[in-house]
Every structure is written in structure tokens, then in C-alpha cells.
Design a protein around this ligand. Structure first.
Ligand code: HEC
Ligand code: HEC
Ligand code: HEC
Length: 477
């Protein structure tokens, strides 16, 4: 969307709101009595729930103090900052009661009654169980040190800075809180659904967004858009988690998904970009039973139409690379000299070290933004507790020209059994390299998600939180 369209979308929200009374004081959920004494097991449970919800990722600034807020989050209308959620009474949430906290998480309403920006994934958190919220509250009140750090003002200009339209957005798009009760440790599909659609808020990145920037579906009942792949956030595209064998994770077994979320690597893929943060700060800490529940749930989602299985290497790519004769094939030439040493002539990579190029959803994804981004900027496979080595993909920002990067991108998208049409140009690469602009949709063939916006999403451009920038924020890193 162009800036004007964004403004128009927002204006539409504003005009829809005309005549509606700004929302104040929606009723808080009925909740159990706040836990005022620090029950250690409840605090520990709450810490685990904070891992499920990855609260640290958004509520910690780059090089900032854990949970003290201040992370810059880009939205289509300006920059907002996450807030201090330490128990400091003046600048944090020290004055929140359990009822206030519950309302904030499930309904996106702050203690002062104003509505939050949906960058806080409250539409997902609306499903969190009373027990999990109570534990989380105990953790934030008794397990997190208070930090005095005032919240930063947003850069959103008036009149768009007024919060009442957010209340209208909330009425239009946010679901009515429907806490789900599941049994931790059960490892079943229902538990997986709870984690994925609730605290884990996986759809915030993996589900395409609609006109109002709302997620098109918040769970499997919402239709095929649910987890069908999102728009770029910080130039990383979250692919489909549906069972399509080419674009989705149809070829992944339950164990593959578990291994990926726990260690960041499998034989098919290595984590990078926004997902590296999710694995590094959140999923690697999930219990095995919860990881299996997540994987079972993802595998249980009805398949999206299956594409014909690709034949192995109809282009004869392996043979061409092995012969060393790449003349006339600029992209193959770059691949042979720069990439094959790690990713191999047959594109199979090296298990758990160098991800494969053949049949890799990242490469055959319709939107090549992540792919170009990783070639330009490289990537670090984060060390996780189960796979402590850190392996790096070098960035080719200086080593290759824009044309060479475009050539090698187009090459690997059509090599071995990969067959994606579309053409990334040198100018697309240049714009991403210098201006951080996602690859123009003209370079893809069709949009799988039907979502063409290139605008920063409410989850927020600029939010990326990585183990390097947050060294020390978490003892385990
Ligand atoms: C994707 C980013 C993101 C995640 C994940 C996230 N938050 Fe938030 N949260 C925000 C933003 C941004 C705001 C500020 C919203 C605003 O100013 O309108 C916020 C606001 C809040 C507030 C209101 C604080 C205040 O200042 O009044 C609370 C409480 C809160 N978050 C708790 C949590 C908890 C607990 C978790 C984990 C379960 C969590 N958040 C996860 C982005 C996030
Ligand atoms: C901050 C945005 C974000 C959130 C939140 C997020 N993901 Fe991702 N995810 C990504 C991106 C970007 C990729 C692509 C990079 C990669 O494959 O490592 C990805 C990739 C994946 C993959 C690999 C898919 C493939 O085909 O390579 C799986 C599996 C996955 N995510 C599962 C999850 C689950 C489960 C959750 C919720 C617990 C989740 N993600 C939450 C951004 C996100
Ligand atoms: C020194 C070994 C090495 C070289 C040389 C190398 N890569 Fe990589 N590549 C890696 C590693 C390690 C990763 C995983 C990085 C991560 O997860 O952040 C990776 C990841 C990737 C990915 C993302 C795939 C995924 O599933 O995570 C792509 C695409 C890619 N490389 C393409 C290339 C291209 C094209 C070249 C040549 C221009 C190249 N690589 C050269 C080691 C290498």
C-alpha cells in the first residue's frame, strides 16, 4: 500500500467511528483473587508462560533492560514504543491489579481505560486461560525486578495519535475473550491449538492481514488464510505453516517441527530472521510435550490444495554444476563459485549446518524478500541449548553486485526441483540493500496470500530482537 492508501484505510476507520462513543471502561473479566504473596511455584509457572508468549521480545529495547520497554515498533502510521512492564509503580505496571492485567492481555485495554495498539497481540492473548494469566501476573509482580524507565511517546501525529479509533478497531476486529482451558503436559492437539492461537501468537507473523491490518483468521475455523503466510516484517517473510508440500510444511514430520522449534535447525531448514528471535527467546524453552502439541496441531490443520510433486532436477542443475561448465548461466556461475562450497552442487546442503537449497520453502516462497535479504545480509543460526554451535551464512552485500545477487536468486529459484517463475531485478536488490525495501510484487508471479501490502505490519517493522543485540538480557543466551 502507498502512504496515501494507508492514510485512507485509517481514515476509513475514523469515519466508521463517527457517531460511536469512544470505548471506555469495558468490563474486566471475572478473575480469581490476585496472588499477593509470592508463591514460588506460581512465579516459576508464570515465567514459563512468559516464554510461551515471548513477552521479552517486544518489551525489551535493543541493548535495553529486560521488560523495561522502549522497543521501537514501526506501524503504517508512525513509530510506537513498547511499554515498561516491570513492576515499577511509577513507570511500569506496579499498580496493575490482576483484573487490570487480565483486561490488558485479553482485551488490549490499559489501566487508564485507553485501547492499545494491536502491535500488542491481544487478539491472540484473548484466549489465555485464567490460570496462565494469574501465573504470569505473579511472575511480573514478584519474579521481575522493578525498573524505573518512563515510556516513550509515539511519533504518530495528531489526529491519528488519538487512541479512541483504536477502540473502534478493537470492536471491529478483536475477538471477544474466550479463554481456553487446556492441560499442560497433555501434548495433545487442543493444547497445541491453545499455544499456537493463544499465548504463542504465531499468526501475528504467519497469517496474512486484511484491509484493517487485522489478521485474516485467528484460528483454524477462520478458513484457509489462517497461518497461510504473512507479509514481510523487517524484510523477513513468515511462510505458510499449512500442509502444502511446496510452500508450506507438508513435508515436515511432527518431529521435524519439534526439532526446528527447539534447536533452530532440521535437515530441511535453518531458522533465520524474525523466526530466529522466536526460537532463541521463546520456543527453545517450550517443554517437549508442548512442542509436540504445537506440531500435532499444525499437522492437524486441513491441507490447502496440494500442488503436483516436483520431479527431481528436471533442469539438470546438479550435472551442470558438477561439470563446472556454467558459461552462459550467470546465476549458476555465481552459485558454483560462492555458494556450492556450503550448499552443495545438488542443493542438498549439509544436515543441520548448511540448509538445503532444493525444495526449501524459503526459496520457493512466492515472495522472494527473505531470500534476497539472507543473501545480502547473511544470517547467523542462533545457538540454542540443544544445538549450541552457531553457524553463519556470510552476507554478500559487498562481495557481489546487485546484478549477481539477482542472478543467483533467480537461479536457485529455478534450479534442481525448484520451479518458481518471476524475476528479481538488480534494481529490486539495490532497493533492499540500500533502503531496506521489500522486493516489489512485480518480481513474484502471484500472491499466495492475496495480501499485497508492502507496508510495515502492526507486529512492527524495526522490532527485530536478536540474541546479539540483547546479549545479557537473558542469562541463557
Ligand atoms: C509483538 C509485540 C508484543 C508482544 C509479544 C507482547 N507485547 Fe505487550 N505490548 C506491546 C506494545 C507495543 C504495547 C504498547 C501498546 C500501546 O502503547 O498501545 C504493549 C503493552 C502491554 C501492556 C500495557 C502496559 C501499559 O503500559 O499500560 C501490558 C500489561 C503488556 N503489554 C503485557 C505483555 C505480556 C505479559 C506479554 C507476554 C505474554 C506481552 N505483553 C507480549 C507489544 C507486545
Ligand atoms: C516475529 C514473527 C514470527 C512469529 C511470532 C512466529 N514466526 Fe515462525 N517464522 C517467521 C519467519 C520470518 C520465518 C521464516 C524464516 C525461517 O524459516 O526460519 C518463520 C518460519 C517458521 C517455520 C519454518 C517454516 C518453513 O517452511 O521454513 C516454522 C515451523 C515456524 N515458523 C513456526 C512458528 C510457530 C509454531 C510460531 C508460534 C509459536 C511462530 N512460528 C511464530 C516469523 C515468525
Ligand atoms: C560458509 C558457508 C556458506 C556459504 C558460502 C553460503 N551460505 Fe547460505 N547459508 C549458510 C548457513 C550456515 C545458513 C543458515 C543461516 C541462518 O539460518 O541464519 C545459510 C542460509 C542460506 C539461505 C536461507 C535458507 C534457510 O532455510 O535458512 C539461503 C537462501 C542461502 N543460504 C543462500 C546462499 C547463497 C545464494 C549463497 C551464495 C551467494 C550462500 N548461501 C553461500 C552457509 C553458507
Amino acid at each position: 500500500m502507498k502512504k496515501t492508501t494507508k492514510a485512507a484505510a485509517y481514515a476509513a476507520l475514523l469515519s466508521l467511528a463517527t457517531g460511536l462513543v469512544p470505548v471506555a471502561g469495558a468490563r474486566a473479566q471475572d478473575t480469581t483473587v490476585p496472588d499477593t504473596n509470592s508463591d514460588n511455584s506460581l512465579v516459576a509457572r508464570g515465567e514459563y508462560v512468559s516464554r510461551l508468549g515471548d513477552c521479552v521480545a517486544c518489551h525489551t529495547a535493543i541493548h535495553g533492560t529486560k521488560y523495561a520497554g522502549g522497543l521501537k515498533i514501526g506501524t503504517p502510521i508512525g513509530t510506537i514504543y513498547s511499554t515498561n512492564i516491570t513492576p515499577d509503580k511509577e513507570t511500569g505496571i506496579g499498580n496493575y491489579t490482576l483484573a487490570d492485567f487480565t483486561r490488558a492481555l485479553r482485551e488490549g485495554i490499559r489501566k487508564d481505560g485507553s485501547t492499545m495498539y494491536p502491535a500488542m497481540p491481544y487478539p491472540s492473548f484473548s484466549r489465555m486461560s485464567d490460570a496462565d494469566i494469574a501465573a504470569l501476573y505473579a511472575y511480573f509482580m514478584h519474579g521481575v525486578p522493578a525498573v524505573h524507565s518512563p515510556d516513550k511517546a509515539s511519533t504518530i501525529p495528531w489526529p491519528m495519535s488519538m487512541r479512541w479509533p483504536l477502540g473502534v478497531w478493537r470492536m471491529m476486529y478483536a475477538p471477544k475473550p474466550q479463554p481456553m482451558n487446556t492441560t499442560e503436559g497433555s501434548g495433545d492437539v487442543a493444547r497445541g491449538e491453545y499455544i499456537v492461537t493463544g499465548p504463542g501468537h504465531c499468526g501475528a507473523c504467519h497469517t496474512p492481514r486484511g484491509f484493517g491490518l487485522q489478521e485474516k483468521a485467528l484460528d483454524g475455523n477462520g478458513g484457509e488464510a489462517f497461518l497461510a503466510g504473512g507479509a514481510p516484517i523487517d524484510n523477513w517473510v513468515a511462510p505458510s505453516l499449512r500442509s502444502d508440500p511446496v510452500q508450506g510444511i507438508g513435508r515436515w514430520s511432527e518431529d521435524d517441527i519439534v526439532t526446528f522449534l527447539k534447536s533452530g535447525r532440521t535437515d530441511h531448514a535453518a531458522v533465520f530472521g524474525g523466526m530466529a528471535d522466536v526460537v532463541g527467546w521463546s520456543t527453545q524453552y517450550f517443554s517437549d510435550s508442548d512442542l509436540h502439541a504445537v506440531a500435532k496441531y499444525l499437522k492437524s490443520l486441513p491441507e490447502v490444495p496440494v500442488q503436483a510433486a516436483a520431479t527431481k532436477d528436471p533442469h539438470g542443475t546438479t550435472e551442470m554444476l558438477a561439470s563446472g561448465n556454467t558459461s552462459g548461466h550467470a546465476g549458476a556461475d555465481v552459485y558454483l563459485h560462492q555458494c556450492a562450497v556450503c550448499h552443495q552442487n545438488d542443493g542438498s546442503g549439509v544436515n543441520r549446518m548448511f540448509p538445503p537449497m532444493d525444495n526449501n520453502p524459503v526459496i520457493v516462497s512466492q515472495n522472494p524478500t527473505s531470500l534476497v535479504n539472507v543473501i545480502v545480509n547473511g544470517g547467523v543460526l542462533p545457538p540454542t541449548n540443544t544445538a549450541p554451535s552457531s553457524v553463519a551464512m556470510p552476507g554478500y552485500r559487498h562481495a557481489l553486485t546487485d546484478q549477481q545477487i539477482a542472478d543467483v536468486t533467480n537461479f536457485i529459484r529455478n534450479a534442481w526441483s525448484n520451479e518458481v517463475h518471476g524475476n528479481v531485478t538488480a534494481s529490486d536488490v539495490q532497493k533492499l540493500r540500500t533502503g531496506g525495501t521489500p522486493i516489489a510484487s512485480a518480481a513474484w508471479n502471484v500472491s499466495t496470500t492475496g495480501f499485497s501490502s508492502q507496508a510495515p505490519q502492526p507486529y512492527g517493522a524495526g522490532w527485530t530482537f536478536s540474541p546479539e543485540t540483547h546479549a545479557g538480557a537473558d542469562a541463557a543466551q
